[in-house]
Design a protein around this ligand. Structure first.
Ligand code: NAG
Ligand code: NAG
Length: 213
């Protein structure tokens, strides 16, 4: 078993020339993605990497999305977001919607994919179109987005993003199994499906084979 891990790691090192291993935990991989609504790298990552990878391997993935990015919270409680007030508002709506959809990660991913594709409803249009498409009550979403003091969503996201941003310093930040690592983040940013496939193939219980770089 240990030998097998070792061999796969060697393959990975040869393939990427710098690499550590992502491994399954009880046959699954947790992926935490830190996002911000107006970030082109986040938009491209969702479209080109995360959604296709989820379509292939979603049964083995525990996905957590943290819409916080590089947001700074001032002592007076106000937030400053990387792309301004619309970015803050959209991120807040994303947090609200993800919370309403908790327990259904496919719905969460579909919702975020909607927000991160043209016309970027929350960010560009301050629109609830994706919220509505996800089957969330607009009245509840409107209350949530306008009453940040009524819950701990901001605080939770801020806490969840501190360590990834300190280690990775990039949006989107990609973390496997709660262990932030900049090299693994970089691999995943370029070819998430390969990183996930090799990790799953390394665990015979998954039955996954035939990974490609
Ligand atoms: C809160 O603090 C920030 C940073 O000091 C400042 O830019 C902002 O105007 C303050 N907002 C309010 C409502 O006091
Ligand atoms: C966020 O982290 C701070 C400092 O570790 C902690 O005191 C606070 O309870 C955390 N908040 C939440 C909502 O987890």
């Amino acid at each position: 078993m240990a030998n097998q891990h070792y061999l796969i790691c060697i393959c990975f090192v040869l393939a990427f020339s710098y690499a550590s291993c992502v491994q399954t935990v009880n046959g699954r991989i947790k992926i935490t993605v830190g996002t911000t609504s107006a970030c082109i790298d986040t938009i491209n990552f969702f479209r080109d990497q995360l959604v296709p990878t989820y379509n292939l391997y979603g049964d083995f993935l525990d996905l957590e999305i943290v819409p916080w990015g590089r947001t700074v919270r001032h002592d007076n409680g106000t937030l400053t977001c990387q792309f301004g007030e619309n970015d803050c508002w959209a991120n807040r709506l994303h947090r609200c919607a993800l919370n309403f959809l908790r327990g259904n990660q496919k719905a969460q991913l579909d919702y975020m994919a909607c927000e991160l594709a043209p016309p970027y409803p929350a960010y560009r249009q301050a629109s609830f179109a994706c919220v509505q498409a996800a089957g969330i009550s607009i009245i509840q979403a409107d209350f949530c987005v306008n009453n940040p003091g009524s819950d701990t969503l901001d605080e939770d996201a801020r806490n969840a993003s501190i360590e990834p941003m300190a280690v990775i310093n990039f949006v989107p930040s990609i973390v496997f199994n709660d262990l932030p690592d900049r090299d693994i983040h970089l691999q995943a940013f370029r070819r998430l499906s390969s990183v996930v496939c090799f990790a799953l193939a390394d665990d015979p219980t998954t039955g996954v084979t035939g990974c490609q770089i």
